[in-house]
Design a protein around this ligand. Structure first.
Ligand code: BTN
Length: 252
């Protein structure tokens, strides 16, 4: 079975009826999915690639992957959610991928806030959400996920992989978890998600260095995530809110 057939079947078996779009090579699945969403593509349109020539990471970085050894996918969603709570969707994707990695690849993956997918202290994957907003609410969101399944890219020496597995099997498990947990209109959505995120987190309970929403660098202990997905850090007796950027774990 070709990779395209395997990915198409994986999405169908996860209960997704919209035909999956597969590219052996593309610039970025997020870029393609955003274009499709701008043109009105429905929720659960999925774009998957075997390789990306211009993969995008968070904070303007490039995302590299080993051809044929990674899962590179983007999902179009049209959530009914305030724009300020968009961070919840990236946490959702992180939780879903951590759960999927355990089921599909027998790998222990945890989320370094917000959603670096870690095997031990090394990064094996990440999530990039890009959204469109109108009148303070999200219209559509593209959630991109890149995971080093069988191998990390040769030119990223600090990256890890899940240590083996089939990217199509991981996709099926990921989409199933995502579908099961994605109910942005429900009262209980955020609370259930945050509970699952706390369990999957490799950050909560640890000493971190982070940038606050008002631009100060602080050291403290990560105590939780709030209802918008921001990280809460206890520093000098105050609870500080960290909404963006990158944090460092200070204790190993
Ligand atoms: C990060 O920097 O941690 C986020 C990486 C996200 C990479 C994925 S690969 C599939 C999708 N398409 C992209 O261009 N980026 C995301």
């Amino acid at each position: 079975m070709s990779m395209q057939q395997a990915m198409t079947r994986a999405a169908r078996e996860a209960g997704i009826e919209i035909p999956l779009r597969y590219h052996d090579v593309t610039e970025s699945t997020n870029t393609t999915a955003l274009r499709l969403a701008d043109e009105g593509a429905p929720e659960w349109t999925i774009v998957v690639a075997g390789h990306q020539t211009g993969g995008k990471g968070r904070l303007g970085r490039t995302w590299l992957s080993e051809p044929g050894a990674a899962l590179l996918c983007s999902v179009v969603l049209w959530p009914d959610l305030e724009a300020s709570r968009a961070g919840l969707l990236t946490l959702l994707a992180g939780v879903a991928m951590a759960e999927a990695a355990r089921v599909a690849c027998d790998a222990e993956v945890r989320c370094k806030w917000p959603n670096d997918l870690m095997v031990g202290e090394r990064k094996a994957g990440g999530i990039l959400a890009e959204s469109a907003v109108a009148a303070g609410r999200l219209t559509h969101v593209v959630i991109g996920a890149g995971v080093n399944v069988a191998a990390a890219p040769a030119d990223a020496p600090r990256a890890a992989s899940l240590g083996g597995g089939d990217p199509a099997v991981l996709l099926q498990a990921y989409l199933s978890c995502l579908k099961q947990r994605y109910h942005p209109g429900d009262e209980a959505f955020a609370e259930e998600l945050l509970e699952a995120y706390r369990r999957a987190s490799s950050t909560i309970g640890r000493r971190v260095r982070a940038m606050t929403t008002d631009g100060r660098t602080i050291d403290g202990v990560a105590t939780g995530v709030d209802a918008s997905g921001n990280l809460l850090v206890e520093s000098d007796g105050e609870t500080e809110v960290v909404a963006h950027g990158e944090i460092a774990h200070l204790d190993g």
